[in-house]
Structures are given as C-alpha cells and as structure tokens.
Design a protein around this ligand. Sequence first.
Ligand code: DX5
Ligand code: ZN
Length: 219
Amino acid sequence: MKHWIAPSLLAADFSRLGDEVRQVMEAGADLIHFDVMDNHYVPNLTVGPLVLESLRRAGIDCIMDVHLMVKPVDRLIGDFLAAGADIISVHPESTEHLHRTLTSIREGGASPGIVFNPATPITVLDEVIDLVDLVLVMSVNPGFGGQSFIESSLTKLAAARDRIDASGRPIRLEIDGGIKVGNIRRAADAGADTFVAGSAIFGSGDYAGTIAALRSALE
Ligand code: DX5
Ligand code: ZN
C-alpha cells in the first residue's frame, strides 16, 4: 500500500483550524488525523463532532481519520458519522462490546479502526480482524502530543503486520505518537503504512518541507 502521511490536528493552531487543514493538505498530506479526547478516557480535552462538521461545511473534503479517545464511545459514533468522518477508530478499553461498536461504524458507512495502547495485547486483533479497515498502534500513551516514541511499539507493529498479512484483507497499519523524520523509517520497516505526525509537522515552520522530508525518509 502507498505510504500515507496523516498530520494530527492536535498540534495545529485551533484559532485557524480550517486554514491549517488546507495548508497541510496542499503541503502534501494524504489525510487528516482528528484526535478526540474527553478528560475521562484520557486526561485531556479536545474537539468533538461539531468541529468536524464545521470543517466539512467550510468545504474541506479530505479523508478524515477520527481517533476516538472517549469513554463510553458508542453514543458519539452516530454524531461523528453524521459529521462526515471517513475512518473512526476506537480503543477496545473504551467500549464494553467492541464487536458491536466496530459493526456500528461499518453499518454507518465509515471505515472501522481498532487502536492498541502500548499495554494493550495485540491478540485482541485476532477476534475482530474481519471487521476493521485500519489498525492503529499507539507509540505513546494517548492523551498528549509531543511525547517520545516508545520503542516497544515496533514489536507490536510487526505483530500487527503479520496478522494483517495473514488475513489477506486490505487493512491499513497506522502508527501514532512521536513520529519524526528520524524514526519514521523504522516504523515503516516494522510494517506501518500510515504515519500520524502532529508536532513534527505543525511544530515546523515549513509543512511542505517536513512532509517531503518524512516521505524521503521512507524511500
Ligand atoms: C496522542 C494522539 C496523537 C498525537 C500525536 O494521544 O493520539 O495523534 O497528536 O502527536 P505527536 O506526533 O506530536 O506525538
Ligand atoms: Zn491520534
């Protein structure tokens, strides 16, 4: 699969969010990573479906990759479907019935994703691999941008890659947390094809230059 670069809006300037999205897409991003936090599942608070809906209303039509860090998660899924999410990813810990949650995302017309924290066993994937279009491996503990990459996530990526290849399904494998020009290649070598980067892109003065540098590290 083609490598995809997914800037995380967590590190964007929220006072001009629509412009930030347009600028990173023009700078060569493939999709936008939209981090939703509730101050309950994770100790931080970000944005909800109203913000996604207003980006859509402003004419933003890129792929929106919604990463839900909220608990309980089920009630919000309908709102994100209606707001225009393309991919909706959930943590197994955020729902009592993961199978039902993933099925509801598919039935609502979006692509379901499952997210693994550093301490979540990858074996959960075996139970739901037929239901997902995306596997997201966290390389930090969720809740904040700008944290350091946890090296053991490379082992988890490789374990996820083996399972995806064995399934024969076209599932994307995304890595999220602490991705920079200096480590993106190692994540790709471990099997990732989709790379979230928040502070690395939005914290640089030059979105196009940083996205190009991330891509050239992958070549
Ligand atoms: C963390 C979020 C990440 C975060 C990544 O909970 O899921 O998407 O924005 O930010 P960086 O790239 O700065 O680690
Ligand atoms: Zn995220």
